[in-house]
Ligand binder design. Structure first.
Ligand SMILES: Cc1ncc(COP(=O)(O)O)c(C=O)c1O
Length: 382
């Protein structure tokens, strides 16, 4: 937040700051989806809808989950929320009570620990390292489980590393989940942004038994470039969705009626945009990975999905300018902001000191110029 605020201030002063800290696609929402939103306004679809979302949208979501993920849910076991984030929040609030332990791995999406704290739960964080491609192992999961363990949060392709579990890894995890009777919240928001021959498999699709213990969360923000429309959803066991619905009904009620109409079109309309955007992000991923890993002293995991890269910059800790010594990822991000005029997010924000997150949600030209500046700034340290 501090880096972001400072970057904005510098931009407001007219400085040429390249912002690689953003967490959203840089594409406009496809025209057919925008038109559906406009039509909803003209047709006066501007009132409350039922709390869990219009039936037409929940039917479209049920069809998507069946066709793309092999998962069958009745529309009553689906809830539409104000972004995937609200579904995640409602799921955590529904499942986690005083002292319950929630397991997830670092580097993590920044909101997970805060959501657990807001539910009076305790975060149990598994350190997933570069050596295991930022995935945690079954042994690490077993070691993290205690009698108080209640929920496992899974998220892949991951923010901030782009790591992704394979079907075999998920099957091993499913055995542990069943044996230890954990609930799972599976955050599938980057499902469609996946590269090379990696394939996305939803955790709930591994077996009928884990489906009964899993809340699947997904949304429209990343797949259809709809971050500002604030629309997402969850599907899962009826009792949990019912509890989530109660929380939503006394906090925000239904998601925007206009965004719901647009979301119906996103799911039922042409899907070419999704593949075109994925391809563009894959090109950028290749470009950024090659450029970053050629910087001396940096090692880097090649992201399997999402639109972030998470380089290891530990070699630069202890280096200095004439006035400033870099001790940690925050110092490094501040240095890059002021020296290179490039905004990145320090790894510490994701529970992983020694890294920064660079979002490749920018044009190739911007990426080239920004990485050139990062390289020059790092090379001038001694
Ligand atoms: C891992 C992850 N989950 C959930 C979200 C939130 O998505 P939404 O915009 O649908 O609330 C994000 C957004 O950055 C994310 O990175």
């Amino acid at each position: 937040m501090k880096i972001n605020a400072e970057a904005k201030e510098m931009q407001a002063r007219g400085e040429d700051v390249i912002d690689f800290s953003v967490g959203e696609p840089d594409f406009p929402t496809p025209q057919n989806i925008k038109d559906a939103g406009k039509r909803a306004i003209d047709l006066n679809q501007t009132r409350y809808t039922v709390n869990p979302g219009k039936l037409e949208l929940r039917v479209a979501i049920a069809r998507k989950l069946k066709d793309e993920n092999g998962l069958e849910y009745p529309p009553n076991d689906i809830i539409v929320s104000t972004g995937a984030k609200q579904s995640l929040y409602n799921a955590v609030q529904s499942l986690v009570h005083d002292g319950d332990e929630v397991i997830f791995s670092s580097p993590y999406y920044v909101s997970y620990p805060e959501m657990v704290t807001l539910a009076h739960g305790k975060s149990v964080i598994i350190a997933a390292t570069e050596e295991t491609d930022f995935n945690f192992t079954p042994e690490q999961l077993r070691a993290a489980i205690t009698p108080k363990s209640k929920v496992l949060i899974l998220s892949y392709p991951a923010n901030p590393t782009g790591s992704c579990f394979s079907r075999i890894e998920l099957e091993k995890m499913a055995e542990i989940v069943e044996e230890r009777k954990l609930f799972v919240i599976c955050d599938d928001i980057y499902e469609h942004l996946i590269y090379d021959d990696n394939r996305f498999e939803c955790f709930a699709s591994v077996s009928g038994a884990v489906k009964e213990r899993t809340v699947v969360v997904n949304g429209f923000s990343k797949t259809y470039s709809m971050t500002g429309w604030r629309i997402g959803y969850a599907a899962g066991p009826g009792e949990i969705i019912k509890a989530m619905n109660k929380i939503q009904s006394h906090s925000t009620s239904n998601a925007s009626s206009i965004s719901q109409a647009a979301a119906v079109e996103a799911l039922n309309g042409p899907q070419d945009f999704v593949e075109a955007m994925r391809k563009e992000f894959e090109l950028r991923r290749n470009f950024v990975y090659d450029k970053i890993k050629s910087i001396p002293g940096i090692s880097c995991f090649k992201p399997k999905g999402a639109f972030y890269i998470f380089p290891n910059v530990k070699d630069y800790f202890g280096k200095s300018t004439s006035v400033f010594r870099i001790e940690n990822s925050f110092d490094l991000a501040m240095y890059l902001l002021h020296e290179a005029k490039v905004a990145v997010v320090p790894g510490a924000a994701f529970g992983a000191e020694g890294y920064f997150r660079l979002s490749f949600s920018s044009s190739i030209d911007k990426l080239e110029e920004g990485i050139r500046r990062i390289r020059a700034a790092l090379e001038s340290l001694s």
